[in-house]
Design a protein around this ligand. Structure first.
Ligand code: SF4
Ligand code: ZN
Length: 707
């Protein structure tokens, strides 16, 4: 046997032995009926579930899995067989890690890692992955001989927006090297045991189940999905032992290339297992192996600029300057204008070095272009939030006249000034909106009186006019809807239909966004659907919609309604903000947001409800949707509309309450409808729910049964 297959089998046999022993010990200690589960997932032990269809729920389920694991280890020279042994190692690692959770609580508390990644986080990664905002996923593992090397590599990934998971001593090495860590920084420490690498493997595996509609037990389908659609790769640092090599073989079986920093000489497998001993080439080669292309953003500013800094928090003590609507006038406005002088930047008032900590800030962006439309102003304007946040040392929250911007001492020391804010806006607008913007000029006003004047006399009237236009924009008032198929890179059979009153289920694509996307890229993911051939008003059934959806999903979905959850509902990809599901006892529906971790009256968590739909499949009774859609007059309109909503988590109810009440008043003449909707502070089971609904005389009780 070759050195390589020798190592793989050595590793997988060792893991198999460890796993078998650990399972037997656990059963001896706790009994075979002891429940075992990873936190907040609807996919059991995801690797085992996806590969074999077996649902592990108690310790007694595990010995059979150990049997399957051992059968994968054939000790044959053939590389394909050796990769199977790698999968066995993955199964073993999953079991060993799962056993850590047998006592409940968070076994990773003492470790500086996060361990198992819950389903909702994976769902939240859907949009950034499909838009290329997160261009790839790196797994960095081991202990670097020179810590500076791994620090450099990880920072490089971070600056490119790559999501990096770390396993082993590289975690401390990076922490000491000043790498900012956490999911918000896209650098996620998993744990110290090699087996914790399974926590990133199951992210890829659950992506196949959540988005890809891969059926549990379809191992071939699973491996094809992860290879083709999950842009992940592995970098190991330092010496590697048999267990690492066999875990690496598992990664290769899933389609993830492994780059090691030791010389494997003739043991390399081109494209799958390669040696790169010069660390300055690690990133480049890794990206090449997965064909990941990074759109470089070289901006003329003295601080780093990357999506990875979007979640950065700047604490009070670190603030050099603050622009905050609570203290000073603020406004952000993108407006079409005549006589725009391209790249003209004007600062009116004191700069960051004036000695004033608190300042006003009016950001006035004037654009012109032959194809520019007033409707695109807000689409561009909403991006200011992300772009300012991408600057390292700048934190931005809010929009329009309610804004808070903080600049850190560190960013100031590096030379960051207001003109750099303007440069960022200029370059990003010209980069992303060049199809509609020909010229762009930027004025930043920090003079309090001038900023106030701009806010009150220019910005506010324009915000109000826009709001009027938005609220008058209904599905009836337009002549076309749009498809969005961005999520097809993960959910190949999914297509959203975006209308003025029903935004994309991710919450990130409104009808105006879709319209702008189509204008910016006519061949792109959003295509117009002319509103013709209405087949049924009640459910929102159109010939043209069916035709476009059938085309867009390559025949997977033939009939779709816009307003029904029971009759040919719109499909879900997996990255939905909320899930709406039937509550059969009350004949109503519950709506649950992704952030809610608790139980619901139908006896399922968000994750479990979410797993009822997804992957571009239609599941009558369950539907993913955006938050904003809930208060729409079109929300499950075919089933009676928002009158059917009986339960929502409190945070969600508070968030949409005002708009929901307005719609209920308009549609049914009901006052304070949100008070009739239960939440987790009122009940988490269906008996208490019925009591509450009866007490409130909830309108659902007078409606026709759903089925
Ligand atoms: Fe994905 Fe639909 Fe959002 Fe488009 S609108 S990004 S397809 S969820
Ligand atoms: Zn999606």
């Amino acid at each position: 046997m070759s050195v390589l297959t020798d190592l793989i089998y050595g590793g997988s046999n060792a893991v198999a032995g460890l796993t078998e022993g650990a399972v037997n010990d656990a059963i001896a200690k706790y009994g075979a009926d002891k429940p075992v589960a990873f936190p907040d997932t609807a996919y059991f032990f995801p690797t085992i579930y996806a590969a074999t269809g077996v649902k592990v729920t108690k310790l007694g389920d595990l010995p059979a899995c150990v049997g399957v694991l051992k059968s994968l280890i054939t000790n044959q020279e053939d590389l394909g067989q050796a990769l199977n042994a790698g999968l066995a190692t993955a199964v073993g690692a999953e079991i060993l890690e799962g056993l850590k959770y047998v006592e409940g609580g968070n076994p990773y508390e003492a470790d500086s890692g996060i361990g198992f990644v819950p389903d909702p986080i994976i769902r939240s990664l859907g949009v950034p992955l499909v838009t290329g905002d997160i261009p790839g996923v790196a797994v960095v593992l081991g202990k670097a001989d020179d810590p500076a090397d791994v620090v450099k590599v990880v920072k490089d990934y971070q600056s490119k927006g790559i999501l990096t998971f770390m396993v082993g001593d590289v975690i401390e090495q990076c922490a000491e090297g000043g790498v900012k860590m956490g999911l918000e920084f896209r650098v996620v420490p998993l744990g110290h045991d090699v087996t914790s690498v399974i926590h990133v493997v199951t992210v890829a595996i659950r992506a196949a189940l959540i988005f890809g509609n891969v059926q549990p037990g379809d191992l071939g389908g699973l491996l094809t999905y992860t290879k083709d659609r999950v842009p992940a790769f592995v970098n190991t640092f330092g010496a590697i032992d048999a267990v690492v090599v066999s875990a690496g073989a598992g990664a290769i079986a899933l389609g993830f290339p492994v780059v090691v920093d030791i010389d494997l000489a003739e043991n390399q497998v081109p494209g799958a297992l390669e040696s790169v001993c010069d660390h300055s080439l690690t990133v480049k080669r890794s990206l090449e192996l997965r064909n990941i292309k990074i759109k470089s953003k070289e901006l003329p500013i003295p601080v780093a600029f990357a999506a990875a800094f979007e979640g950065e928090i700047i604490r009070k003590a670190d603030v050099h300057n603050e622009f905050w609507s609570g203290k000073n006038a603020t406004a952000e406005l993108v407006m079409m204008a005549d006589n725009v002088e391209d790249h003209k930047i004007t600062i009116v008032g004191p700069d960051l070095d004036s000695g004033e900590r608190n300042l006003a800030l009016a950001t006035k962006v004037e654009v012109s272009g032959a194809k520019m439309q007033a409707d695109f102003e807000s689409v561009i304007e909403r991006k200011i939030h992300a772009w300012f946040n991408y600057m390292e040392g700048v934190m931005h929250t809010g929009q329009r006249n309610q804004v808070r911007v903080r600049v850190s001492n560190d960013a100031f020391e590096k030379g960051l000034r207001l003109t750099h804010f303007a440069e960022v806006l200029y370059h990003m607008i010209m980069d992303e909106f060049d199809a509609v913007v020909d010229k762009c000029q930027i004025t930043l006003i920090t003079d309090e009186a001038e900023a106030e004047k701009f806010r009150d006399e220019v910005a506010m009237p324009r915000y109000n006019a826009r709001d009027d236009r938005l609220s008058s924009m209904t599905d009836e008032s337009v002549d076309r809807y749009y498809t969005c198929i961005l999520c097809q890179s993960f959910a190949p059979a999914h297509c959203c239909v975006v209308t003025p009153e029903r935004l994309g289920l991710c919450g990130a694509v409104s009808w105006l966004d879709a319209k702008a996307t189509n204008e910016l890229n006519p061949q792109g993911p959003c295509q117009p659907i002319m509103k013709e051939g209405c087949l049924d008003e009640r459910t929102g059934r159109y010939e043209t919609v069916n035709k476009m959806v059938k085309e867009a999903t390559h025949g997977a979905v033939e009939n779709v309604t816009l307003y029904s959850i029971l009759e040919d509902p719109m499909t879900s990809c997996g990255c939905f903000e909320c899930i709406c599901g039937i509550e059969p006892v009350s004949n109503g529906f519950i709506v649950v947001n992704r952030e809610y971790k608790g139980m619901t009256p139908v006896g399922m968590t968000f994750g479990e409800l979410a797993s009822c739909t997804g992957g571009g499949v239609q599941t009558p009774g369950y539907m993913g949707h955006g938050r904003h859609f809930i208060a729409s007059k079109k929300f499950i309109a075919a089933e009676g509309g928002i009158e059917r909503i009986v339960w929502m988590p409190k945070e969600l109810k508070d968030d949409v309450g005002e708009r929901l009440n307005k719609t209920a008043k308009e549609l049914y003449g009901i006052d304070n409808f949100s008070d009739m909707i239960a939440d987790e502070t009122i009940c988490e089971d269906c008996d208490a729910l019925m009591e509450f609904l009866t007490e409130k005389n909830h309108p659902v009780l007078g409606l026709e049964p759903l089925m």
